[in-house]
Design a protein around this ligand. Structure first.
Ligand code: NAI
Length: 344
């Protein structure tokens, strides 16, 4: 079985090579992202393996289909970069729904603590033997209110972590979990009452730019925003304005809406042409990591193991795969998976 592997990073290869060899899958690794310019690299492949910034749009899907590719195996949980509606009826799509929700939830808390306790500044100072404390005053998380948007796998672990810190948790979810003991409120209430807001919902047409100027204006003055979910949940220009107006007290961003051309690459020594990103990074109260929240040993192994299992179960199990998804996912009435069938 041949799988064309796009957007390969050095940390991908060891785990995929190991699990692939055990399963008899030959991964052909390409550093470039999958796009209409690179789709021909999928010639002769049974499947393609893609990550969050591969652009699997309608044209690319048609190109894969023409080349006889049968499966798009995402090695991520989020799948907003795949036109799943267009793929329906043509190419099956599988993803890795959970590889280590702890990795992302813990990174969200790491960013938050770094920001409010000024760890990033202290680290730089002590390396230069500057032991002054001025400007490093933080605040306690204990007793603060955190608003969590999206209470799925990652959101719930983040809630547990916050509770461990003695925080009050308010939550909003389009589909609130029953009997979870989580205090669900409306988005307006969450915005009004939260000292910190952390995003853990997927990027969809509906959630695109959900944090825009209107939402930011409805938040508590000085709110701290944490986004480890998807960049385009936040209108980055509105966030920048909110920071300049002191309405947003700090932002902790692991994702950025225009990250695809920048993140995962070394641009040190280059002029970054994205003015909004450059301005955000220049702010003393903004911390940016480059889509790193998933990057733990445990997560990388789980991603490779599940992706290989997904590919094997698709090709060797009559196409049945628990982790197949399509545009109807989440629509219980129309979802065939509830009845253990293929999506189409
Ligand atoms: P999940 O599917 O378990 O949970 C998502 C939750 O969001 C569900 O409870 C769902 O009902 C809710 N939701 C859906 N639409 C919503 C909306 N419009 N408003 C509010 N809530 C909504 O997903 P999981 O595993 O918790 O992951 C969450 C997100 O984290 C993923 O969609 C992905 O974008 C992001 N992620 C980021 C990573 C990183 O490295 N930074 C790594 C893995 C995931």
């Amino acid at each position: 079985m041949k799988v064309a592997f796009f957007d390969t990073k050095p940390y991908d290869r060891p785990s995929f090579e190991r699990y692939g060899a055990e399963a008899g899958i030959e991964f052909k690794f390409y550093e470039g992202k999958l796009s209409s310019d690179t789709v021909e690299l999928a010639n002769g492949a049974d499947a393609v393996c893609v990550f969050v910034n591969d652009d699997v749009n309608a044209e690319v899907i048609d190109g894969l289909y023409e080349r006889g590719v049968k499966l798009i195996a995402l090695r991520s949980a989020g799948y907003n970069n795949v036109d799943v509606r267009h793929a329906f009826g043509k190419i099956h799509v599988v993803h890795v729904p959970a590889y280590s929700p702890y990795s992302v939830a813990e990174h969200a808390m790491a960013l938050l603590l770094t920001s409010i306790r000024r760890i990033h500044k202290a680290y730089n100072r002590t390396r230069e033997f500057n032991f002054s404390l001025s400007g490093l005053t933080g605040f306690d998380l204990h007793g603060k209110t955190v608003g969590v948007i999206g209470t799925g796998r990652i959101g719930r672990i983040f809630i547990d972590i916050c509770r461990g810190f003695g925080m009050r948790v308010l939550a909003y979810d389009k589909f609130p979990a029953k009997d979870s003991g989580i205090e669900y409120v409306s988005l307006e209430e969450l915005y009004r009452n939260s000292d910190i807001i952390s995003l853990h919902c997927p990027l969809t047409e509906e959630s695109h730019h959900m944090i825009g100027s209107e939402a930011i204006a409805a938040m508590k003055k000085g709110v701290i925003l944490v986004n480890t979910s998807r960049g385009a949940l936040v209108d980055a220009e509105a966030l920048l304005e909110g920071i300049k107006a002191r309405q947003v007290g700090a932002a902790c961003l692991d994702v950025y809406e225009e990250e695809a051309d920048v993140f995962f690459h070394d641009f040190s020594g280059h002029i970054v042409s994205d003015d909004v990103l450059a301005r955000l990074i220049s702010m003393p109260n903004v911390i940016v990591t480059s889509h790193q929240a998933f990057l733990t040993e445990e997560a990388l192994n789980n991603i490779a193991e599940t992706t290989v299992k997904n590919i094997l179960s698709y090709f060797e199990n009559d196409g049945l795969c628990d982790n197949e998804l399509c545009y109807r996912c989440g629509n219980i009435e129309r979802c065939k998976k509830e009845r253990k069938e293929r999506c189409f």
